[in-house]
Design a protein around this ligand. Structure first.
Ligand code: PMM
Length: 298
């Protein structure tokens, strides 16, 4: 599958927005990232204490986040996994506090036990970067809980995932592998209107694969499910516009590039973007929506 020619890209995204959980499809939602980890690539250690994570999350809500994605396991390339006990102790106090304040909380985990505890603590959505592959209990748990589920494209745990970044046609293969996980989720009893698909930028992907997937958003959207996009601060954005052997920009200096990907996502009718800096993301979407309200762009 080849990406549409540039002149066709805007036409192919024109006017089509897929509704999804918590959304009638009128606009792209903003999911704010709260990593309660010591080692995430962009903000590891900054919000590791529950109080710091909760304060940070409140700031994301004030900046306009529609959802908060709370995770206790770093998925940076090469990362090793925390124990279940450690993951639970990182995320549950944060999920409970924020859900009690009325925030819409997503739990970012590959473990059914953590997802179950987070749902009991008030989470409203499960975001599994393995799409149910890492833990066989995940799909039945989500089906029984009757909550929305994000299925991300995944080829294995972070410790060696970049060894699996080999594709003849990345857009076609990611679409095919996501469709197979969608079918597994449906077969497990998860309702189609609760399923969100995510191409998994940076997970078993090189920079060229991430760019091809951004160009391929219309093909992903044609899978018929709402799409979540997680481009925020990822390494390929640190390299854009730099000479090949230059040092990439540090993660905290990638928010303008992230906002540019948000505009592309909004144009392509993506359901939600998962981002670290909610303020610049909201600005980018507000500009797009104001332009669209005046009849410009699809
Ligand atoms: N990326 C990260 C973690 N969780 N979940 C989804 N659905 N999609 C993503 O792209 C994604 C994710 C890694 O980024 P981080 O370390 O900044 O959270």
């Amino acid at each position: 599958m080849t990406a549409p020619a540039p002149s066709q890209w805007l036409a192919s995204v024109s006017g089509r927005h897929t509704p999804g959980p918590f959304s009638d499809g009128a606009r792209t939602l903003v999911m704010g990232v709260v990593n309660v980890t010591p080692d995430s690539f962009s903000d590891g250690g900054q919000w590791f204490e529950p109080d710091a994570a909760i304060t940070h999350a409140r700031g994301l809500l004030a900046d306009g986040a529609d959802l908060l994605d709370i995770g206790g396991e770093s998925t940076r390339p090469g990362a090793s996994r925390p124990s279940v006990h450690e993951e639970l102790s990182r995320v549950i106090p944060v999920v409970s506090a924020l859900a009690a304040e009325g925030a819409r909380v997503s739990i970012d985990t590959m473990r059914a036990e953590v997802a179950g505890a987070a749902l009991a603590a008030g989470a409203a959505l499960v975001n599994d970067v393995s799409g149910g592959l890492a833990d066989p209990q995940m799909l039945p748990l989500v089906a029984a809980a009757q909550v929305p589920f994000v299925v991300m494209h995944w080829r294995g745990h972070s410790v060696d995932m970049q060894d699996r970044a080999a594709y003849a046609d990345v857009v076609a293969e990611v679409c095919r592998e996501l469709a197979s996980r969608r079918d597994a989720a449906l077969a497990a009893g998860i309702r189609a209107d609760r399923l969100v698909l995510d191409p998994g930028l940076g997970f078993a992907k090189l920079a060229e694969h991430n760019w091809a997937l951004l160009a391929g958003l219309p093909a992903l959207r044609d899978l018929g499910q709402p799409i979540l996009l997680g481009a925020s601060r990822k390494a390929f954005l640190g390299k854009v516009g730099r000479p090949e052997h230059a040092t990439p920009r540090p993660a905290a200096e990638r928010d303008v590039a992230t906002a540019a990907t948000t505009v592309l996502a909004g144009l392509a009718g993506v359901w939600a973007v998962r981002v670290h800096d909610v303020r610049s993301t909201r600005d980018a979407l507000d500009v797009l929506e104001a332009t669209q309200a005046h009849g410009g762009t699809p």
